[in-house]
Write a protein that binds this ligand. Structure first.
Ligand SMILES: Cc1cc2nc3c(=O)[nH]c(=O)nc-3n(C[C@H](O)[C@H](O)[C@H](O)COP(=O)(O)OP(=O)(O)OC[C@H]3O[C@@H](n4cnc5c(N)ncnc54)[C@H](O)[C@@H]3O)c2cc1C
Length: 590
């Protein structure tokens, strides 16, 4: 069991500056400072295994470690558990021969899963490969533990929708066989609404609530100690770049704690795309205006795990998987007029984080009802254009594993809305700036929108309305609109678009038969800027999820998985839970 102790620093290898920490003249640095933390004068807590983050990877690893005999403390930065996992769709692509696959006559194996996820010949219609840059060691470990992780989740209370595995929600999960399972939400209250789902669909609705609430219960039952509002701010290592990891520094509402880990620290902090400077290492375009990270405001991805590990010598890994134009790393918004517009997540007033989300957003059913313009009021692409695609079961058909014909047979068809939206306005700045959906009162009627709070966020400048287009352009003032929108531009853009509606042809961007003029006041401008969704680069790990340093050596006592680990192109929950399962066991049993 976990315990709270005062452990003398005689237990530790002293370093020269520990006394300064003891006198309070030096504190453990914040992760952003990228320097190793000085050893604490005393430990405020200790356990065999300390897990950072109560998300998919963290809770899985915590339970696995506890059941392997370790005492476990989980620290979670937020007031609640769950991370992005609890906000997710609960689609879990664990395969390799699960009992569900067997029950439905689907022949899968670790080898087939491994070959699928390392098949160089699978490419998207824009030419980008899904799997070519995956780390073979990491994928082999995933393939070998995938089915066991599925059975483990079931044994720990996760109820999957009673149907054959399919391809729904899949994202770089392999072409050969269906692997996608769906966690049933059951009667758990949903964090998005604050309420349980309609009883009629609880057993058939897939949701991350149905994954994470059972894991939360299993962790409590196993005796895992979870400390909410405890934010890891640094890792303690015996010497800045040598020796084992000894524990973590934590900020608890302004109080600094030092938690000793007798065996291991497991980083499950969920990625880095909420950290502007960090994410720009992979893509310099991703400047501040991409502030609508999906999964926020439930939890952030501030790169704190990565930066703290880098400060003690850890290496990063797998940058292609972040920049490659496939999957959901970057997405076109599905709701507009709010900061958090991810297509598959809408925050409702009953949610405990609605005060931070501030608006539900307006869900767009048909992009014929709006045009999209940049900061200068200019259109840039067919509004019905899509984001990037991804490989999943049967996406290439016929498919011969490893055959060059797979790549050859793909019809080139780039989906470039995202690149056009991030192209910028030619003023030498990185980043595309805000994108605004412009529409009129008739569109509101057709879409059945309610263009007022709590549906739109007017207070923070994510939604504007005016009786003329010129006034509308003039009203668009908010922190990311770094140049005024010229009213003439917006008027000209709308007039030209309306002429395309009359002629039936979009001469500028080829929108399929533009249908509706923008002519009836009031007029509206709604935030419609690309949404960042996923981290797929991160710390370098080996098959056991041990973190590696810049010399290719294991950092003793440090593990990582999920979105904070690199080397794996797959989106989401399967990778996070499987790596949690691997790390939790290995941290205890070696
Ligand atoms: C809206 C949405 C839908 C999705 N749908 C799917 C889906 O259907 N299928 C799928 O496979 N994937 C899906 N995903 C992706 C999936 O949820 C994530 O990939 C997965 O949750 C990653 O697990 P993780 O443990 O790495 O991070 P998370 O689950 O995000 O957990 C990380 C935790 O660490 C905490 N933390 C961070 N920093 C610190 C710190 N310094 N100290 C303490 N705690 C910290 C965070 O607060 C968080 O609770 C979805 C994601 C979103 C946002």
């Amino acid at each position: 069991m976990t315990e709270k102790t005062d452990v003398s620093r005689r237990d530790l290898v002293l370093n020269a500056t520990a006394a300064a920490v003891a006198t309070g003249t030096l504190a453990a640095p914040s992760p952003a400072s990228a320097q190793a933390a000085l050893l604490p004068a005393r430990w405020t807590h200790e356990a065999d295994v300390v897990v950072i983050g109560a998300g998919a990877m963290g809770l899985t690893s915590a339970i696995a470690a506890r059941e392997a005999g370790a005492s476990v403390i989980v620290v979670e930065a937020e007031q609640h558990i769950g991370g992005h996992a609890i906000t997710s769709g609960g689609n879990v692509p664990l395969g390799g021969g699960t009992s569900a696959q067997k029950q439905h006559g689907i022949a899968d194996s670790p080898d087939l899963l491994f070959h699928d996820l390392t098949d160089w010949s699978v490419v998207e219609p824009n030419g980008f490969p899904d799997y070519r840059y995956n780390d073979r060691e990491i994928i082999r470990a995933f393939a070998d533990h995938s089915a066991a992780t599925y059975e483990w989740l079931v044994a720990h209370g996760v109820i999957f929708v009673d149907q054959a595995p399919d391809a729904r929600g899949g994202n770089a999960v392999g072409n050969s066989v269906p692997r996608e399972m769906h966690a049933a939400v059951m009667d758990w209250p949903m964090v998005q609404t604050g309420k349980p789902a309609d009883p009629a669909v609880q057993a058939t609705t897939s949701s991350g609530n149905g994954l994470m609430r059972p894991l939360e219960a299993a962790a409590a039952k196993a005796g895992v100690q979870t400390l909410l509002e405890h934010r890891m701010v640094a890792l303690y290592r015996q010497a800045p770049h040598a020796g084992p990891v000894l524990g973590i520094a934590v900020d608890h509402n302004g109080t600094r704690l030092a938690i000793r880990a007798r065996k291991a620290v497991i980083v499950g902090t969920g990625g880095s795309t909420g950290n502007v400077n960090f994410r720009r290492m992979a893509d310099p375009r991703l400047t501040e205006e991409y502030c609508g990270l999906s999964g926020m405001p439930w939890s952030d991805q501030d790169a704190s795990g990565e930066i703290a590990a880098m400060a003690i010598g850890a290496s990063l890994w797998g940058f292609y998987n972040q920049t490659g134009e496939f999957g959901f790393n970057l997405t076109k918004p599905g709701t507009i007029g709010c900061q958090y517009g991810y297509q598959n997540l809408q925050w409702m007033p009953g949610s405990s984080v609605f005060d931070r989300a501030r608006a539900t957003g307006l869900r767009v059913r048909d992009w014929q009802d709006a045009i999209m313009v940049n900061m200068l009021g200019q259109r840039f692409y067919d509004e019905t254009g899509l984001g990037f695609t991804t490989n999943n079961y049967n996406a290439i058909n016929p498919y011969t594993p490893g055959s060059w014909l797979n790549a050859k047979n793909v019809t080139f068809k780039p989906n470039n809305w995202l690149n056009a939206a991030m192209a910028g306005i030619g003023d030498g700045h990185n980043g595309g700036g805000p994108i605004w959906a412009i529409f009129d009162a008739d569109a509101v009627t057709r879409e059945h929108w309610h263009p007022a709070p709590p549906h739109v966020d007017m207070a923070q400048g994510f939604f504007f309305t005016a009786d003329t287009l010129a006034d509308l352009a003039g009203k668009i003032v908010m922190r990311y609109q770094r140049v005024p929108m010229p009213p003439d531009n917006l008027q000209r853009t709308v007039a030209r678009y309306n002429s395309f509606v009359e002629s039936g042809t979009d001469d500028d961007f080829g929108k399929p038969k533009p249908l509706y003029k923008i002519a009836t006041p009031p007029f509206y401008a709604a935030w419609a800027t690309p949404v960042i969704h996923d981290t797929r680069m991160g710390l370098r790990i080996n098959a056991h999820c041990q973190v590696m340093d810049m010399h290719g050596h294991v950092i003793p006592g440090l593990y990582c998985g999920g979105e904070s680990a690199g080397g794996f192109s797959q989106h989401g929950l399967a990778r996070a839970t499987c790596q949690g399962y691997i790390a939790g066991h290995h941290a205890v049993t070696g």
